[in-house]
Design a protein around this ligand. Structure first.
Ligand code: COA
Length: 727
């Protein structure tokens, strides 16, 4: 038995706080349980009533003579602890707590919630909530609607979890209007015990759930989510509205990586994470249902070629534009298919794709032409657009096409530009009908998402590789900086850190003063670059701390002298503080293409890795992409390919390509560094010079920030009290 079964498959339920008042939450939950015909026993609990809603009531849980699986708790907050003790003594193993006033209200509420959780742990109970609107299981063998929503759910194959209770009522309403049914609906409330991850795991093997929908405001444990969702989304699509887009994470950052995160103005960490685990993110509940309708009623396409069948030109153009923008192709029909269409249609019809049949055609031609298009091997999915002319019945058009759904294993979606009343009648007259939309764009969006999901399913999983690395040496560099009380590694130590992980760097030597420069320069060949090194000097270029293309020792020494006098008051040196200026002399790396590799901490997600065009292009082009580590080999390859400047890396105008495979490997090594060393709270390699020759990469600068605490700079995203359910 699964630990959540007492909640989802109870044989007996107590509604504690079932109220005599019609319209109160306790009363409505009891009413819904009865109205939806729960296939078990229901016991109202209320010390002040003998019966409620015509059902015998009990003064307490312990006074119920039968065994109890689940208690729905709807009593005032102050009474909850006593009720839970009562349930615990009775042997209840599942709780749904509707009562609010916990973590959502602030510190005191958070404390109360922790106590609540400890109490449930003591009795080995599982809990949904608090502060939720309840749970639904439509399984015909269970039929449990333990919510206070006025709309009864339809039976279907979608598992829906919602973090917002208020939205729950609207969600159930909207689903009913759209003829969308659920296997389960779970209003998760504060997720004190049962998390979104737990529900995903529950649905992973649930034979009644084929599609998972999530409305979330926070991902409690994003890394665990990534592990789980990556696996489950290969079997069942996961669609998500993640509300509360934030950019707070980037504010404190001092690097380009941080600035770019901030400026993107989007919750890119969430986007990156969801993309990496195949979860399809949408912006609104409306979009969620648009996609859910298409996903739940269609098989996966075999490719991205869309067929469009219409009786009006305008909507077909809108559909074509949307399809191309969203990565679908408008498939070219075979000659044979066009000829067959020609025989059926008026001479003015257009028999290429889109097939514009003209407004003269009726339901018979719709069905016959749809059949020809579905039979054609150049079409992977079909969009049927119908603008109702007078005298032609939209129902007949839908029914004719409907028949084909059973015959062809291809997605078919309708756009019926009819009145609201048509849609209302459709659910009554043709329950379980094909996915239909009012306008072309949402229909195409849904088909494009279905095709993206197909691509995800076909994409190999990818491997997180482990490279030989000097982890101890890297650790020593970080410890030494912390012991010196420095927030950043020195320029040389930043580069050494990369070397510990096998990331090639530009040759350099360091000179602690002017006198040591000559000897140092002998180790390198000219031209060289001179860089100032001083405590607190992070932005060297802005502080005139970098001089490039020095061709001989004289130029080098002269530049160093100028630098020393120019930097006598470095921006961050406290008054009277010894300057402590030293020099780094580095080979002048030219002719390569410049990229940037960075990592910043997101307060919710932990580390986030960035890759893009580097050097002077970082700020101007902002051509970057993000992923959550650990990067698989495929993640790294995709990062390289995904930037707009990929063409430059491939080589333009006869230039040879850079070592693209090697570059992806540098990203994987960087990911390993980030994973191994949680004390690195921010790091940026910029520029990393890349060349056509195999493995010819040279990091010219690495700026690494070290966290002050020995334990590391990463936020803990795993609440201590929250164990995860294992599969
Ligand atoms: N055991 C059993 N029944 C009890 C009880 C107990 N220990 N204590 C009280 N009751 C009964 C009351 O007698 C009352 O029944 P009655 O109306 O027949 O007299 C019923 O339980 C409800 O108690 P009441 O004091 O009237 O509370 P309420 O209905 O005003 O509020 C909550 C209770 C749980 C609804 C309220 O505290 C709350 O949390 N509301 C917000 C819920 C919410 O929004 N959740 C999130 C949804 S998204």
């Amino acid at each position: 038995m699964h630990p959540l079964d007492p909640i989802f498959k109870p044989q007996s339920i107590a509604v504690v706080g079932a109220s005599r008042r019609t319209g109160s939450i306790g009363r409505e939950i009891l009413h819904n349980l009865v109205e939806y015909d729960f296939h078990g026993k229901v016991f109202p609990v209320n010390p002040k009533a003998d019966f409620i809603h015509s059902i015998k009531a009990f003064p307490s849980v312990s006074s119920i003579p039968d065994p109890l699986d689940l208690a729905i708790i709807v009593v005032p907050k102050e009474d909850v602890p006593a009720v839970i003790d009562d349930c615990g003594e009775k042997g209840v193993k599942g709780l749904v707590v509707i009562t609010s006033g916990y973590a959502e209200t602030g510190e005191e509420g958070r404390r109360l919630e922790e106590q609540l959780l400890k109490q449930t742990r003591r009795y080995d109970m599982r809990m949904i909530g608090p502060n939720g609107m309840g749970v639904i299981n439509t399984d015909p063998a269970i039929r449990m609607d333990a919510t206070f929503a006025p709309t009864l759910p339809l039976d279907g194959r979608i598992g829906f979890m919602s973090q917002s209770g208020a939205l729950g009522v609207a969600i159930l309403n909207m689903a009913r209007e759209l003829d969308i049914g659920f296997s389960h609906f779970v209003s998760m409330g504060n997720k004190a015990d049962t998390s979104g991850n737990d529900l995903l795991l529950y649905w992973e093997d649930d034979p009644r759930t084929d599609l998972i929908l999530m409305y979330l405001e926070s991902l409690g444990n994003p890394r665990r989510f990534m592990q789980i969702a990556r696996r489950i989304s290969k079997r069942k699509p996961i669609l998500m509205v993640k509300a509360g887009r934030t950019q707070a994470g980037a504010r404190a950052a001092s690097s380009h990586t941080g600035a770019l995160v901030a400026r993107q103005g989007l919750d890119i960490a969430t986007d990156a994470l969801l993309e990496q685990c195949g979860v399809i993110r949408v912006n609104t509940v409306k979009d969620l249902f648009d996609l859910a309708m298409c996903f739940s009623k269609n098989p996966l396409p075999r490719g991205n070629r869309l067929g469009i069948l219409t009786n009006a030109g305008g909507p077909a153009i809108m559909a074509t534009d949307a399809a191309i923008n969203l990565g679908l192709r408008v498939g070219k029909l075979t000659e044979q298919a066009s000829e067959r269409l020609r025989e059926l249609l008026p001479p003015e019809a257009s028999v290429g794709n889109p097939v514009d049949m003209t407004p003269k055609v009726g339901p018979g031609q719709y069905a016959a032409c749809a059949r020809i298009m579905l039979e054609d091997e150049s079409i992977d999915s079909l969009l049927v657009i119908f603008v109702p002319p007078l005298m032609i019945n939209a129902f007949d058009v839908v029914s004719g096409v409907e028949e084909l759904r059973r015959e062809f294993h291809k997605p078919i979606v309708g756009v019926i530009m009819a009145t609201e009343s048509f849609y209302e009648d459709l659910n009554v007259k043709q329950p379980g009908h094909m996915a239909v939309y009012h306008f072309p764009e949402p229909a195409v969006q849904a088909l494009a998402a279905l095709d993206r999901y197909r691509q995800w399913r076909e994409r190999p999983v990818g491997k997180v590789q482990s490279f030989p690395a000097d982890r101890i040496g890297a650790q020593q560099l970080l410890d030494a900086a912390r012991e010196r009380g420095e927030e950043h590694l020195t320029a040389a130590d930043g580069l050494r850190l990369l070397e510990c992980y096998g990331i090639p760097i530009a040759q350099y030597c360091t000179a602690s003063n002017l006198g040591a420069i000559d000897a140092c320069a002998e180790q390198l060949s000219f031209p060289v670059v001179l860089k100032a090194v001083a405590p607190g000097l992070v932005h060297k270029t802005e502080a005139a701390g970098v001089v490039t293309d020095l061709r001989n020792p004289e130029e080098l020494v002269a530049a160093a002298r100028r630098m020393r006098s120019g930097l006598s008051e470095p921006p961050t040196a406290a008054a009277g503080q010894e300057l402590g200026l030293s020099f780094m002399i580095q080979e002048y790396v030219r002719g390569g293409r410049e990229v940037i590799v960075g990592m910043i901490q997101d307060p919710n997600f932990g580390p986030l890795i960035m890759f893009g065009l580097g050097g002077i292009y970082v700020e101007t082009l902002k051509d970057v992409t993000f992923r959550v580590p650990p990067l698989t080999d495929l993640d790294a390859q995709e990062m390289v390919r995904q930037i707009r400047g990929y063409r430059l890396l491939e080589g333009v105008r006869g230039e040879p390509p850079v070592d693209l495979g090697g570059l992806a490997q540098v990203l994987q090594r960087f990911s390993q560094l980030v994973e191994d060393l949680p004390q690195v709270s921010e790091i940026e390699v910029n520029p990393l010079m890349v060349f056509p020759a195999a493995r010819d990469f040279r990091a010219a600068d690495a700026r690494a920030r070290v966290s002050k605490t020995p334990g590391g700079g990463r936020c803990s995203v795993i609440p201590a009290l929250k164990p995860e359910l294992g599969p």
